[in-house]
Design a protein around this ligand. Structure first.
Ligand code: LLP
Length: 434
């Protein structure tokens, strides 16, 4: 459910006409709905209310400072993966104390920064990392709180590049080696064993792999509680969102109309399946959802440059490109693309929707049917709130897009479009070339 819908002929975000934003700030521009983010947060919280819950929003999905502040105001902590993300949490005026630090290659400097800011816990992915954290904590004269990430070897049935819970990928410690890893950790005197963690993958559209993974590890988690007195279990993130019927899935009525066996994963299903498995553990439960919290809360606005009618194919060339939204090029992912001004009297057109970058991978959609639109008209790429702006680059010396947040009838620029001067500020011609 989300707050993007047509009001008359015009696509709006909450009560704001998206064309107004495109005219004011130009394109490409990301627009986020604060109400959708808050609804997602509250729905997750409500449906797992039988648990002692801490939501650590996976900020890698969208780390704009305004987004972080919004989630912090709602009561979220953060799942962060770098010193840069940690500094973003601070810059947003939020606490690190309720946040966890994940990732397979934390540097000594990052570990130090996290300890100085009283991180809730490190999510540790290997034995050498335990030793490194122990070493840095010793230097600072503190005890580092840790949880070991266990790899439950469950197939999440998602895209190969975003599945993480199988034994053949780089994440976590296999369940059968986890007891030994905890024992080794317990002997390191600068560590405090605070919890246990797992994460099986991203964009899961079925609850079964979550259930399977939790069932696989619960007895081990209970043992850890008995042996070391751990206080929490993080079950990671990964709840999928609707990409194909993105616009239609805004109102609750769409969800009610889906047959039960076809309905995409909801927090209701997730909460109902997992609460009875997790509650008996008597532990604090951490959730690290990223995509679910922000994915359907954002769109990318673009303008049509040309409609190029080819011999066998039409090309709709837009001013957004793979540098702005890389997911289709990188994962063959589907984003629904809709006109900002809907005109049902127009014919529909079948076209490849492409950006201006000089490679054929710069294609958002192949043979997509869309209302006929021409030069200067505006489009929205739906479900672009997660892994959109954060994965963008400056390829072809295209500056980073602008970002805007909407809240009811109010909206504000939360990140200005990057200028050429900003893009090249760190570059210089060396003396030997002058
Ligand atoms: N926790 C851990 C340890 C993770 O590795 C991830 C995501 C999350 C939580 C959050 O997962 P989410 O709830 O967002 O599914 N760039 C890809 C997604 C990569 C996800 C990486 N890890 C995409 O655009 O689909």
């Amino acid at each position: 459910m989300h707050h993007f819908h047509y009001s008359g002929h015009n696509l709006t975000c909450e009560s704001v006409d998206l064309a107004t934003i495109a005219k004011l700030y130009g394109t490409p521009t990301y627009v986020y709905s604060a109400a959708t983010m808050a609804d997602n947060f509250h729905r997750l919280q409500r449906n797992l209310s039988g648990l002692d819950l801490q939501i650590c929003y996976a900020m890698k999905a969208n780390s704009n400072l305004a987004v972080l502040r919004h989630f912090a105001n709602l009561g979220a902590g953060f799942d962060l993966v770098s010193g840069g993300e940690l500094r973003r949490v601070l810059a947003a005026g939020a606490h690190v104390k309720t946040s966890v630090f994940a990732g397979v290659g934390k540097t000594e400097a990052e570990i130090k920064l996290a300890l100085e800011n009283e991180i809730y816990a490190f999510h540790v992915e290997s034995e050498p990392e335990l030793a490194r954290i122990n070493h840095v904590a010793g230097q600072l004269g503190v005890k580092a709180p840790i949880a070991i990430r266990i790899n439950p070897d469950v197939d999440a049935h998602t895209h190969a590049k975003i599945t993480t819970g199988k034994s053949d990928n780089k994440f976590g410690i296999p369940l059968k080696h986890a007891a030994a890893a905890y024992e080794a950790a317990s002997k390191l005197k600068n560590l405090r064993l605070r919890g246990v963690q797992m994460h099986i993958g991203s964009q899961l559209t079925d609850v079964a792999p979550f259930v399977e993974a939790v069932k696989k590890v619960t007895s081990f988690v209970a043992e850890l509680k008995a042996t070391y007195g751990i206080e929490y279990f993080s079950i990671g993130g990964g709840m999928g969102i609707v990409y194909r019927d993105a616009l239609a899935s805004g109102p609750a009525a769409w969800w009610d109309a889906q047959p039960a066996d076809k309905r995409p994963l909801t927090p209701e299903t997730y909460g109902a399946a997992l609460t009875p498995l997790l509650a008996p553990l008597g532990l604090k439960i951490l959730l690290e959802h990223g995509r679910f919290m922000v994915g359907n809360a954002g769109v990318l606005l673009a303008r049509v440059e040309h409609l190029k009618r080819g011999a066998g194919k039409n090309f709709l060339i837009v001013d957004a490109a793979m540098n702005d939204l890389v997911r289709p090029a990188m994962y063959e992912s589907f984003h629904e693309i809709v006109p900002l001004h809907r005109d049902t009297s127009r014919r529909s057109l079948v076209a490849d929707i492409v950006g201006p970058i000089c490679e054929s991978g710069d294609c958002f959609a192949k043979d997509r049917s869309i209302q006929e639109v021409g030069e200067g008209e505006l489009l929205a790429f739906m479900s672009a709130g997660a892994y959109g702006y954060v994965m963008a680059s400056r390829y072809n010396t295209r500056g980073m897009a602008a970002e805007v947040m909407v809240n009811g009838s109010a909206f504000e620029l939360i990140n200005a479009r990057e200028t050429f001067e900003q893009m090249t500020a760190g570059e210089k011609i060396p003396a030997f070339l002058k």
